[in-house]
Each structure stands twice: as structure tokens, then as C-alpha cells.
Design a protein around this ligand. Structure first.
Ligand SMILES: Nc1ncnc2c1ncn2[C@@H]1O[C@H](COP(=O)(O)OP(=O)(O)O)[C@@H](O)[C@H]1O
Ligand SMILES: [Mg+2]
Length: 493
């Protein structure tokens, strides 16, 4: 499907400045469609084809039923199909009439409104609605349609769309939310029931008609700016917990603001949800940040203590403990940065690898590399997995490369971790090119602390299994379940 600008440029050869104007019209004409309870179509003449036109825009009202169920964008029409269209184009003024709508087998009312840009008619916008409309027009309908008529005159005069777009969020009020009309001095002439409700919520209970929003006590009313600058202006007003979005669109006639359309929407509930979500998100991240800081403090204390001991078992034990704490801190560091509670394990790997490489005693540092996709996982999986992987990497660096070939640099010491995700299972292989395991070694039977921690975490926290074998160097095969599990619990070790 071609976009509006493609249709305009490629099929109708419309100049760039006009494309821009028509794009702005189509960007803001939802209000016109809603105010007129009608479908709107936008036509441009096809270059060098006499009286043929191309449909370049179509919008349906959210306040009423639609006339055209089919997508008309990109269709071509001729003089015979739509005689009113070429009359309006030729005359440069509004032409009204009736038309048969073949697809519905009924007649429709059509108003053809020339679109002017820089003094020239560049397109025709049509307002089309079934002759028999479901709702009986009351005051609200009459006011809406009269505002539409005034805005349609602005379209023909070239003062709508406005020269600059107002960036609007999806929360900006629409016609269905609440409408007020103002006179040239900014005094309220009409307020729809929804608009009256919104004013009540802002503490304004009576005397709305005939007063300006400023007189009604609304500070930061968008009206004065909109009337003075003759461009739309919005403000979000708050009273206690209540938030109301007010958008003021000036009605311009011969370069003077002669009135305004004000759309209001009570956005209190949206704001409350925003605040809740934001607050919760920020709080969770803050907690992770503090946990990380505390773990780093513990790890520094252990390091300080280790430095005061002579080389030996006690010092080594403290250094290992320090690294274990640090491997947990890495996970919280990642969690404090992200807005989700899922961790991409890829982000944890560089820190774990660096911690292991820093332990090297070989002449050139042990190289730790990884491949495959560990993917995303919850903190309850990432934390024990980081601790386990840290142990395995430390072991490889500490125990695999003790031979003279490595120590003196004749062989490169390497550790490679590969990941493979199979549904809920994550397969992790840690492979080194070292001297292999001691004779008679069994991972299921060893009572040493490091591997006991790994075994405990893998079997209970990670719902998986671990095997160790020799193939060149040592190969550790670990399978873990990457779904919900309990909190980290080391009690069973
Ligand atoms: N990648 C490896 N290469 C060679 N030996 C290893 C490897 N991983 C573990 N080992 C052996 O397993 C033993 C137990 O490891 P571990 O439980 O972590 O205790 P620690 O590291 O404190 O000795 C180590 O002492 C070592 O002999
Ligand atoms: Mg160890």
C-alpha cells in the first residue's frame, strides 16, 4: 500500500511544499471528521489527465458511523463519478450536493471543500455522510458541526492545517473526550457534558458559560497563548491528584483569532498509573543498585582482610570468598541498569571472564572466550548460574595450566564457554586446553568447597546436572533449567 507522500509525489507529482501541507492536514483532520460526524476524503488532481482525481486521504469519524467501509486510498475517480469534485476544484469554493454510494445502495450528502495553500487550490477535501443519520441532532451536534464549518473555511482560506505541527501524545484529548467553544475574547460559549465533568474535577462548579478559563481560576490556561499566537497550544492542569489535559485550537478568520475550540480530557487515571509504574520500576532498580553496592563493600572488606594475611590457605580462602561475592554483585549491577527483571546473561560474561583472567599465573594471561546464546533469564537463575560459572572459570585458571609448557608460555592457556539454549534448558560447556583432572577424580564425590557449591547450585537451584570429563583438557558439561526457581539458598551444601 502506497503512503500519502508516495501517492502525492509519484502519482500526482505534487510539489514538496504542498506535500508537506497535505500531510499536516491529514495529520490533524481527525478532529474535523469527529466534529462533522462524517467521513473525510482528500483528492488531488492527477497530473495531465484532465479531470481525474486521486484519493490520497481517508478518515472515519469516531463519533458516528462510517459511510465507506472500503479502503479508498489510491483509487482514481473521474468527472462522471464525482461531478461536484471538479466543480469545487474549478471554482475554488465550497460545493454541496448529493451522491449515490454504489457499495451501500443509498445516497449520501457530500460537501466539497477546496484546500488552499499559498493562495492556490491544491486539493479538495470532501465531507461525506449518509443522508439519514442515526442520531437526532441536538445542541451538541449543532455546535460541533458549526465549528466544523468554521474550520472548513480555514481549510479553504489556507489557515488550516496550522503551519507548525503540535507534537501530540496518544493521550491528547479528542472530540469524544470533552469540547468547549470560546469566543474571540476566550469566554466559554458552549461546554459539552464531558467538558463540564472535567471542569468539576478541577474545582470549577458554576458560571462556566460566559467566563474565560482564567476567570474560572485555571492557572496556566493554554487559551491566551493559542489566541495570541494563532496556533494550537496544550497544557496539563493539576489540582491535587486530578490531572486534566486541555488543548486549545484557535479559530482563525482573515488572520485574526475569532474564537477557539477547546478539547479537554481527564487524565487523572492515566497519570496515576504512570506514577505507580514509574515509581515501582525506579524503586526496584534502586534496590538492585544498593544490593550491588553492599556486595561490593563486602568484597572490598574481604580483600583488605586477605591482604593482611601471609600467603597461604587462609589468604587464599578469603580471596576466593571475595570473588564469589563479586560474581553475585555483577548480576545486581546488570539488574540495576535494566528496566526489566530479566537479565541478558551475555552482559554478565565479560565481568566473569575478566575476574578469571586476572587470576592467571601463567606467563601470558589465560584467555577466556565464549560463544552461543545464553539468552535472557530471571535473576533467580542468573545469580546461581553466575556463581557456578565463576567457580568453573576460576578452577580452570587455577588448576588446568600448572605444567611448565603453560607457565613458561610454550602453550597458550585457553578456556572456552559455549552456550546452547533448548527451550527451557540451557546447556553450558566449559572447556580448557589444560592438563586434565587428577586421576580418580569424581565431581559427584569431591568434598572440596568450590565444586560442592557448584554441585549444590546446579542440582537444587538450577534444577540441572553437571558432569566433568577429560577430552584434551578438562570439559565440564552443565545443564540448567532457565525458568522459575527458588531464591538462592546455600543451606544444603
Ligand atoms: N579445569 C580443571 N582442570 C584441572 N583440575 C581441575 C579443574 N577443575 C577442578 N579441578 C580439580 O578439582 C579440584 C576441586 O576443585 P574445587 O572444588 O573448586 O576446589 P579448589 O578449587 O578449592 O581446589 C581441584 O583442586 C582440582 O584438582
Ligand atoms: Mg575451586
Amino acid at each position: 500500500m502506497a503512503t500519502l507522500s508516495e501517492l502525492l509525489r509519484d502519482r500526482a507529482h505534487v510539489p514538496e511544499a504542498v506535500v508537506d501541507h497535505l500531510q499536516r492536514l491529514v495529520g490533524s483532520w481527525g478532529i474535523l471528521s469527529d466534529l462533522s460526524f462524517s467521513d473525510l476524503l482528500l483528492f488531488v488532481p492527477l497530473a495531465d489527465e484532465g479531470c481525474r482525481f486521486l484519493v490520497v486521504g481517508q478518515v472515519r469519524p469516531t463519533t458516528s458511523q462510517t459511510l465507506h467501509l472500503e479502503d479508498l486510498l489510491g483509487q482514481e475517480v473521474g468527472e462522471d463519478d464525482r461531478p461536484l469534485l471538479s466543480r469545487a476544484w474549478g471554482l475554488g469554493s465550497v460545493v454541496e450536493g448529493e451522491m449515490a454510494v454504489a457499495s451501500r445502495g443509498e445516497r449520501a450528502r457530500v460537501v466539497c471543500i477546496p484546500v488552499r495553500y499559498d493562495g492556490e487550490v491544491v486539493a479538495v477535501m470532501t465531507r461525506e455522510a449518509p443522508l439519514v443519520v442515526g442520531r437526532r441532532p441536538g445542541e451538541l451536534e449543532r455546535v460541533y458541526v458549526s465549528v466544523f464549518d468554521r474550520m472548513a473555511r480555514m481549510v479553504t482560506a489556507g489557515s488550516f492545517p496550522f503551519p507548525v505541527d503540535e507534537p501530540l501524545s496518544s493521550e491528547a484529548p479528542r472530540v469524544g473526550d470533552g469540547v468547549m467553544t470560546l469566543d474571540a475574547a476566550g469566554r466559554v460559549e458552549f461546554a459539552s457534558p464531558n467538558a463540564v465533568n472535567a471542569m468539576h474535577r478541577l474545582g470549577v462548579y458554576r458560571g462556566i458559560l460566559g467566563a474565560s478559563l482564567e476567570e474560572l481560576g485555571l492557572e496556566r490556561s493554554p487559551v491566551p497563548v493559542a489566541l495570541k499566537e494563532k496556533v494550537p497550544h496544550s497544557e496539563e492542569l493539576e489540582l491535587g491528584d486530578v490531572a486534566v489535559f486541555i488543548r486549545c485550537i484557535p479559530l482563525v478568520d482573515q488572520a485574526r483569532a475569532v474564537g477557539a475550540l477547546v478539547l479537554v480530557r481527564d487524565v487523572t487515571d492515566i497519570r496515576r498509573l504512570d506514577r505507580l509504574l514509574l515509581g515501582k520500576d525506579v524503586a526496584i532498580r534502586e534496590v538492585h543498585h544498593r544490593v550491588k553496592n553492599n556486595l561490593q563493600t563486602i568484597s572490598s572488606l574481604l580483600r583488605l582482610q586477605a591482604r593482611r594475611l601471609p600467603r597461604g590457605d587462609a589468604r587464599h580462602a578469603l580471596e576466593e570468598a571475595e570473588r564469589r561475592v563479586r560474581s553475585i554483585a555483577v548480576v545486581h549491577e546488570i539488574l540495576s541498569r535494566d528496566t526489566t527483571d530479566e537479565v541478558d546473561f551475555n552482559e554478565i560474561l565479560p565481568s566473569l571472564a575478566r575476574m578469571a583472567e586476572d587470576l592467571s599465573t601463567t606467563s601470558s594471561p589465560v584467555r577466556v572466550s565464549w560463544s552461543g546464546e545464553p539468552g535472557e533469564m530471571g535473576a533467580q537463575v542468573a545469580t546461581p548460574l553466575a556463581v557456578a560459572l565463576n567457580e568453573l572459570l576460576q578452577n580452570a585458571v587455577e588448576h588446568a595450566f600448572l605444567g611448565p609448557d603453560y607457565l613458561e608460555g610454550r602453550r597458550r592457556a585457553e578456556v572456552h564457554v559455549s552456550f546452547e539454549r533448548r527451550g527451557d534448558e540451557l546447556h553450558v560447556e566449559v572447556r580448557d586446553n589444560g592438563t586434565g583432572l587428577p586421576p580418580g577424580f569424581s565431581v559427584d564425590e569431591t568434598t572440596s568447597l568450590g565444586l560442592s557449591i557448584v554441585r549444590g547450585l546446579v542440582n537444587s537451584q538450577l534444577g540441572g546436572s553437571i558432569k566433568m570429563r577429560v577430552d584434551g583438557g578438562t570439559v565440564v558439561d552443565m545443564v540448567v533449567t532457565v525458568s522459575e526457581s527458588d531464591r538462592v539458598d546455600l543451606a544444603h551444601i
